[in-house]
Write a protein that binds this ligand. Structure first.
Ligand code: CS2
Length: 480
């Protein structure tokens, strides 16, 4: 390897596995892995990681031939810095052998399970914030508790064994959901309640579910990224990941046993992470989704392509300052003005090829925490809503599966079929479209459709977007 690769400063062979990570994909590699590696480098401990994929074998297949080593490359404009990660020592693929993964989590040497399983991985019923018992995989797991498909079923099976061995565990959610720890606990608790009602007291005694806010923009790795890493380091890394220099992790300080000294890598341990989650979900992810749908419809392939357009950059800034920030109490030591300024820089980073299509995925799972809570708060405040409404209008267009030029869109969303049908049945009338989409309780609750102001604002936005196209609509809203 060439000289500009930062190498780990700890003895890999001497560090035993103490952490299992569920969903060991690009985000894990770019965010959690460096924090844990730095923790071992600075403070030691048996915190090597065992990773797990819950669906596809791809990550394991890339990592295994290279002994689970991989590189993380931070890129900003023309500068790049690659680091070698040696923290990952084993990989499981749940569908191939769920029992092996359950056994790995049940091992008392494991003190922590971290998870990036995406919003839909929690199998939640949005109305109750508990487990969705109608979810086919949840049904499967309740009938086949020894061979579960979901993270929830896997954890329930492993926790059962750990309770028998009186081995406490901390389960740390790292997904973009507000109160992610409580939601994780609700899901696991509901599952156990159904499978073995007597075991829920032990869950309370032996398992903690702290919340955390994670942040590092990490696009899916492309072949071009891998080629570039090879050119710079001299080695082909099939598991390479490219990310931004920025990284943030705020973790609720509620662990049942030891944990890695993540503070060494800059993590903040806090009594309450909710203010950080709210700020990040609404200002970063909320803006991201708006850029994704509007940008996609304009023909922008990446976030930086969209942000290079002055109209989009101005739209995003006003969306954040005028419509989102008024609903966000500033967290301690995180003033919102500089945060918004930094986000603009981060979104503009041309070295990150973050596809609008990737962020547009799973909108039905993302919109509630990214936009709907903000819309609700703005309705209560009688604050402006035009940009949020245009973003929702763009989403309604996107999920119809056809863009403004009549080209099909590959919509990836657990609700894709239903969303497409709703759009088709509502026909061309903007008022009908607004009503039809706002009737989706799982996304918009039951209240937004009751708001005459919001239904009217959304109807106007849909009429503008469908009548004039995303580019003209953004320009027009900017002039208002
Ligand atoms: C993005 C996030 O794909 C998405 O929905 O908004 O993955 C975003 O890049 C991260 O949350 C940044 O921390």
């Amino acid at each position: 390897m060439s000289g500009d690769v930062t190498r780990p400063a700890f003895d890999r062979a001497a560090a035993a596995i103490g952490q299992v990570h569920l969903g060991a994909g690009a985000f894990f590699k770019a965010h959690l892995a460096p924090y844990t590696q730095t923790a071992i480098e600075e403070a030691g401990g048996d915190w090597a990681v065992c990773g797990a994929s819950l669906r596809s074998p791809d990550a394991r297949d890339a990592l295994e031939p290279q002994d689970n080593l991989f590189t993380v490359t931070e890129k900003d404009g023309d500068s790049a810095q690659t680091s070698l990660m040696t923290i990952l020592k084993d990989m499981h693929v749940a569908p191939e052998n769920p029992a092996a993964l359950i056994g790995a989590i049940a091992d008392p040497a494991i003190k922590i399970v971290t998870a990036t399983i995406t919003e839909k991985g929690y199998c939640l019923n949005p109305a109750s914030s508990g487990l969705d018992f109608d979810h086919p995989d949840v049904k499967h797991d309740l009938e086949n508790p020894a061979a579960p498909k979901t993270a929830i079923g896997l954890l329930a099976a492993a926790i059962h064994k750990r309770v028998a061995a009186r081995a406490p565990l901390t389960v740390l959610s790292c997904d973009n959901l507000p109160g992610n720890g409580a939601l994780f606990k609700n899901a696991v608790r509901d599952f156990i309640m159904e499978a073995d009602p007597g075991a829920t007291a032990a869950l309370d005694e032996f398992v903690r579910f702290p919340s955390s806010m994670v942040d590092r923009i990490t696009p899916a790795t492309t072949d071009e990224d891998r080629r570039e890493v090879m050119t710079r380091t001299g080695l082909f890394d099939a598991a390479a990941v490219v990310t931004e220099p920025f990284t943030q992790w705020v973790i609720e300080d509620d662990f049942v046993a030891e944990r890695p000294q993540w503070e060494a890598g800059g993590a903040l341990l806090a009594a309450d992470v909710a203010p950080y989650e709210t700020a990040k979900l609404r200002l970063l992810n909320g803006a991201h989704s708006a850029i994704a749908y509007l940008g996609y419809l304009m023909g922008c392939e990446t976030v930086s392509d969209a942000m290079a357009r002055p109209d989009v950059a101005a739209f995003v800034r006003a969306l954040q300052e005028d419509e989102i920030a008024p609903t966000v109490p500033a967290p301690a030591n995180m003033p919102l003005g500089p945060y918004i300024e930094d986000l603009a820089q981060r979104f503009r980073n041309p070295a990150l090829k973050h596809r609008t299509w990737q962020i547009a995925m799973d909108g039905s799972q993302k919109l509630p925490q990214r936009w709907v809570k903000t819309i609700r708060a703005q309705l209560e405040n009688s604050g402006p809503l035009n940009r949020l409404s245009l973003a929702v209008a763009a989403w309604t267009q996107y999920v119809t599966g056809v863009d403004e030029r009549g080209t099909p869109i590959d919509v990836r969303d657990p609700m894709a079929t239903r969303l497409k049908r709703i759009g088709a049945e509502a026909g061309g009338d903007p008022a009908e479209q607004a009503r039809a989409f706002l009737s989706i309780r799982e996304i918009f609750g039951t209240d937004l459709i009751q708001s005459a102001r919001f239904t009217q604002t959304l109807e106007n936005a849909i009429a503008l977007l469908r009548g004039e196209g995303a580019e003209a609509a953004v320009k027009k809203v900017n002039r208002e």
